[in-house]
Design a protein. Sequence first.
Length: 254
Amino acid sequence: MADLEAKLLYSDTAGYCSSSDEDSMKVDKVDSTLQRCYNEGTATKQLVPRNHSNTGPKGVLEDYKIRKAQLKEEESKRYEEIIARAKMCTLSGESENCNLEDIRRKRLLEMKDRLYALRKIDELTDKEQFLNYIESSQDRWVLIHIYDDDNEGCMTLNKVFNTLAVRHPTFKLGKVLPSTIGLSSQFKMQALPTLQVYRNELLVGNFIRITDQLGENFTADQLIHFLSENDIELELSKYPVYEGDYYGDEDTQR
């Protein structure tokens, strides 16, 4: 049986027959072939580089152990990477949550400031109301914006008024359309935005097309500084500053 197995594995089976003589010859041939293969295998084994995988049972077992160790090491590294990424994600998530909370809080303050400012800025709808607004404000600063909705400079001054309403609640802030107080369309085209400043019924500042001095985009602080340069000191230190100031005045820095 062993001889037959050897024949099937190693010999050239072409011309094979079942006679005993030929079987003996074939066995001799197989033995010779096995010896030659063994010798060649031994010689080849000596030339195999160290990192070459062994194909024998011991070699296969050794390769399996090596590969298993490599897989374990790779798995350990992957686990460490997952832990590291999880920590990063956790920290990042906490940071993002904090940022989102800050943004939400800021938006709520802005909404609160907007509602507050809308209540504090008076829209004057007729000439009599305009005059009463000035006369009924003893010992208070009255700032009136003569405006038009389509004028970019007027949009800026409206935003500045929003900021002033929040920061300085004792100011009286009003706005009026030029047609309401009998001003011409030419005034509307050439003189806006106009800022009037009153104190004890007296007009202490009348700034026609104030954007000529401040530009189309200016801040509440820049306006206050401009008024100070024109000898209008608003005595800001006397007035409390509201926590959510600077709404609608994005360029203003604390």
